[in-house]
Ligand binder design. Structure first.
Ligand SMILES: [Zn+2]
Length: 53
């Protein structure tokens, strides 16, 4: 999955992340974990608003 995702945290903050992210991504606003990396495959834990690419 090599796409860009626009995701939204429960707190309302949005950010765009790479679908094949190799590290955990946290919300820039509240620090909640948004994307968990499991063996090179990103697992999105929050709401996906849009998929690019
Ligand atoms: Zn948040």
């Amino acid at each position: 999955m090599s796409k860009f995702l626009r995701i939204q945290c429960d707190c309302g903050a949005q950010q765009t992340v790479f679908g094949a992210a190799k590290s955990t991504i946290n919300c820039q606003s509240c620090g909640n974990e948004l994307v968990s990396s499991t063996g090179g495959q990103a697992e999105v834990l929050c709401r996906v608003l849009e998929v690019f690419g």
